[in-house]
Design a protein around this ligand. Structure first.
Ligand code: 6R9
Length: 675
């Protein structure tokens, strides 16, 4: 039986259902189910490829808007799909040729040059501005030509380490325009993380900025880059955006100013013709080993799913102003700030600040100022703002909003209800969207106009998605209500195609655990209505504020400290951040410290993780211990430590496999001392 709670269903938001526009999917669940059944049926591939004569995406009222209406192709595809999970060789829209930058910019710049492509909400509220499609086209072409002048060619990788300025969008699309594969590294990553990601994809060129601005603080972006590049011999050119104009270190012959180089090149760059299956980007994400995985997405399928999920899951219509508050350095930023909205010609938002700068009203001020229609954020931000109190929303007009999205981690019902009531004023659709870096676009979400929502459930599959629950031990399918490992049973166009230079790891991670299915690493339950509730990761991935971290990666960072002999990292439930990192560390016997300076050692270890990975990965708690519970073969038994910290010491189960049972008592004692 399912253990999903009995829930109050919420009607479809009235602004979507009977308000401003006619929803794309509607009028009810039956309509969604009919469409979904078609998309996953025997002739499901046709759903994606249906040819219609309607020239424009928005002109047709039919639901059947697929690859040919949504994207502009230089050469039509012949084969909709080939390959299988088992072979790990899935390909979509073969023979088709297109360019992502053309699809995101040129066609809209020619149809409506003065339409706002990007609302740039700068860190200081007064310093932002709107960028039109024609301005964006010019900037994309300029940067594309600069990259060409630096010798970047189709198929080369370009690393990008930029803060949240609108220029970052131009950098992504400039790479796409000339067929270069961008590898964007979140600007919160440390020099060491940046170094490893550059070296893994071997990019000769890096795009960065002098500094960044966030929450009133200045971030020394270029100084971090300089540190990283000490050990990146392959990088010979660094293109530097001037964001703050403060004095920075500049390396002659290597570093070039973006604005100076842009002046030297012509204003138009012909987009490169790309095959549908040519890589568009690499994005590194954490897995169950210490080494981040370079997830590779290709062009046609990714772009199509990015656009169609914006259209259906967010019910986007002409004139809408879409705002995704994620960072461009994560997949959510890639798909829902850049590729999805821009492919549709929608206005998108680049928000440079934090939810609480200069006050906890910042988001709502931004919604009112620009008349935003869509707001897509993460549970951790919603919880933070809920804690600050809803008086911060009261003086703002939020009635332009129609759809509110949540992503990154399960949303607890209190946060959901607050979002619905105070931000959505009980009139918006709240869509809890489940997906991953590897899926490229949303997999599960209630569709506005069709699905009554349930707080905390991502509910139903997007078109073309066929999720199944698998019994972990046997691999058998769980039918009807129940719980299991979430797998996806049908290839979809935006599935990651490989891990950069490591296809064997791709197969091992996603395709081999349950042959014939794509393995998500999450567990989920299905309720009586068939709706899916995501429970969380079942591998060694921790989710802190929607940031995906691997226990192994943090443990490796700790072990790099000269005094650390061994480390075990676990994720523990946290009211604000979803999960928090707790680390258990054994020091080397020769490393001397007295227990009176343990506090400063703990601080040092936290700094160690900040330095090696980035501030967002810092442990909330570090416990210095003498021993760790291990199996006889030496494997650390993290589940035992997790239960002790979670206050479930009475449910440790059979401890006969613990090599040294005294280690368990030591952990118990240490944890109780620190509480
Ligand atoms: C888009 C993104 C993926 C992991 C995923 C899952 C968790 C994402 C969720 C959710 C519950 C949701 N996750 N959305 N859990 N409900 N709506 O976040 O990608 O950074 O790769 O993380 O995030 O555990 O497996 P990514």
């Amino acid at each position: 039986m399912t253990d999903a709670p009995v829930v109050q269903k919420h009607p479809i938001g009235s602004r979507v259902a009977k308000g401003h526009v006619k929803p794309h999917v509607g009028p009810d669940r039956k309509a969604y189910e009919e469409e979904h059944t078609q998309s996953v049926g025997e002739r499901g591939d046709e759903w994606w490829a249906k040819r219609r004569l309607t020239p424009s995406f928005f002109l047709s009222s039919s639901l059947l808007q697929k690859a040919n209406e949504t994207l502009s192709w230089y050469r039509p595809f012949q084969t909709v799909r080939s390959g299988s999970f088992a072979q790990g060789n899935i390909a979509w829209f073969l023979e088709g040729e297109l360019n992502a930058s053309y699809n995101c910019v040129d066609r809209h710049a020619s149809a409506s040059p003065d339409k706002t492509a990007i609302v740039y909400e700068a860190d200081e509220p007064s310093q932002g501005r709107n960028i039109t499609y024609s301005e964006l086209l010019l900037e994309v072409c300029k940067v594309a030509n600069v990259l060409k002048s630096l010798g970047v060619k189709k198929g080369d990788t370009v690393s990008v380490y930029l803060p949240m300025t609108w220029h970052a969008v131009a950098a992504f699309l400039a790479c796409a325009r000339i067929g270069a594969i961008h590898s964007v590294v979140f600007a919160g990553f440390s020099a060491e993380s940046l170094r490893d990601r550059i070296n893994d994809c071997q990019s000769r060129v890096l795009i960065t900025s002098d500094e960044g601005k966030r929450g009133g603080k200045t971030i020394a972006t270029k100084a971090i880059v300089d540190q990283a590049l000490k050990e990146c011999p392959v990088v010979d050119k660094v293109l530097v955006l001037r964001r703050t104009g403060n004095e920075i270190n500049f390396v002659d012959g290597r570093d070039l100013w973006w604005h100076e180089e842009a002046e030297k090149v012509s204003s138009y760059c012909v987009p490169e013709t790309m095959n549908s299956e040519d890589p568009l980007f690499i994005l590194y994400t954490s897995g169950s080993t210490g080494k981040p995985k370079g997830v590779v997405h290709t062009t046609g399928g990714y772009l199509l799913c990015a656009a169609l999920t914006v259209k259906y899951v967010f019910d986007v219509h002409p004139g809408d102003k879409f705002a995704c508050m994620a960072d461009i350095g994560w997949i959510t930023g890639h798909t829902y700030i850049i590729y999805g909205p821009l492919t549709l010609g929608t206005t998108t938002t680049v928000f440079e600040s934090t939810p609480v700068y200069p006050s906890p009203a910042r988001y709502w001020e931004t919604v009112e100022k620009h008349g935003l229609t869509h707001f897509y954020s993460a549970p951790t931000a919603i919880r933070l703002l809920r804690q600050q109190g809803h008086h911060h929303l009261q003086s703002f007009t939020l009635s332009t909003l129609r759809v509110l999205g949540s992503v990154g981690e399960p949303i607890n019902s209190e946060a959901w209800e607050w979002y619905n009531e105070h931000v959505g004023q009980n009139e918006c659709s709240v869509v809890d969207t489940f997906w991953q870096t590897e899926t490229g676009s949303i997999v599960l979400a209630p569709l506005p106009g069709a699905i009554e929502t349930k707080p905390g459930a991502a509910q139903v599959p997007f078109f073309g998605q066929a999720p199944v629950l698998v019994e972990a031990a046997t691999g058998e399918l769980v039918e009807g209500p129940g719980e299991g490992v979430l797998c996806l049973s049908k290839p979809w166009p935006s599935i990651a195609r490989t891990i950069w230079k490591d296809h064997a790891r791709y197969l091992d991670t996603y395709m081999n655990p349950y042959p014939g299915y794509f393995y998500t690493g999450d567990s989920a339950s299905r309720d009586e209505d068939g709706d899916i509730w995501i429970k969380g990761r079942i591998d060694d991935v921790i989710n802190v504020s929607g940031h995906r971290l691997s226990t192994a990666e943090i443990e490796s960072a700790l072990i790099l400290h000269k005094g650390v002999a061994e480390a075990a990292v676990i994720g523990i439930g946290d009211d604000m951040t979803g999960q928090a990192v707790h680390a258990f560390v054994i020091m080397k016997p020769e490393f001397s410290y007295s227990s009176s300076n343990e506090t400063s050692l703990v601080k040092e270890l936290i700094i160690q993780v900040r330095k090696v990975i980035g501030p967002f990965a810092a442990p909330k708690k570090v416990y210095i211990v003498g021993n760790l519970p291990k199996t006889r073969s030496g494997k650390i038994m993290r589940h035992i430590i997790r239960k002790i910290v979670a206050g479930e010491s009475d449910q440790l189960g059979d401890l006969s496999t613990v090599a040294e049972p005294s280690a368990v008592d030591q952990i118990k004692q240490k944890v109780s001392e620190s509480q």
